[in-house]
Design a protein around this ligand. Structure first.
Ligand SMILES: Cc1cc2nc3c(=O)[nH]c(=O)nc-3n(C[C@H](O)[C@H](O)[C@H](O)COP(=O)(O)OP(=O)(O)OC[C@H]3O[C@@H](n4cnc5c(N)ncnc54)[C@H](O)[C@@H]3O)c2cc1C
Length: 62
C-alpha cells in the first residue's frame, strides 16, 4: 500500500534513522537530510550500548 510513496526525513539522529526503517521495509523511497556536515562536526554522545536483543525484530519473534 505504501510502495511508491516518497518519504523525506529531516535529521539523521537516532530518531530519524529509526523512523526510516518502517517506510524502507514497506518499499518507499526514503531520503534523509542531515544538517551537520559530517558525523564529527559537533560533539555528540559518548556511546550507545546494543545488547543481543537489539538485533531482534518484532516479525522474527515467535
Ligand atoms: C552531551 C550528550 C551526551 C549523550 N550521551 C549519550 C550516550 O552516551 N548514550 C546514549 O544513549 N544517549 C546519549 N545522549 C542522548 C542522545 O544523544 C539522544 O537521546 C539522541 O541523540 C536523541 O536522538 P534524536 O534523533 O531525537 O535527536 P538527535 O540525535 O539530536 O538528532 C537530530 C538530528 O537532526 C538534525 N537536524 C535538526 N534539524 C534539522 C533540519 N532542519 N534539517 C536537517 N537536519 C536537521 C540534527 O543535526 C541532528 O543530527 C547524549 C546527549 C548529549 C547532549
Amino acid at each position: 500500500m505504501l510502495r511508491g510513496l516518497r518519504v523525506v526525513v529531516a535529521g539523521a539522529g537516532l530518531g530519524g534513522l529509526c523512523l526510516t526503517q518502517g517506510p524502507l521495509r514497506a518499499g518507499c523511497a526514503v531520503q534523509v537530510f542531515e544538517r551537520d556536515t559530517s558525523p564529527d562536526a559537533r560533539r555528540q554522545g559518548c556511546r550507545l550500548h546494543l545488547d543481543a536483543r537489539a538485533g531482534l525484530t518484532a516479525w522474527r519473534r515467535p
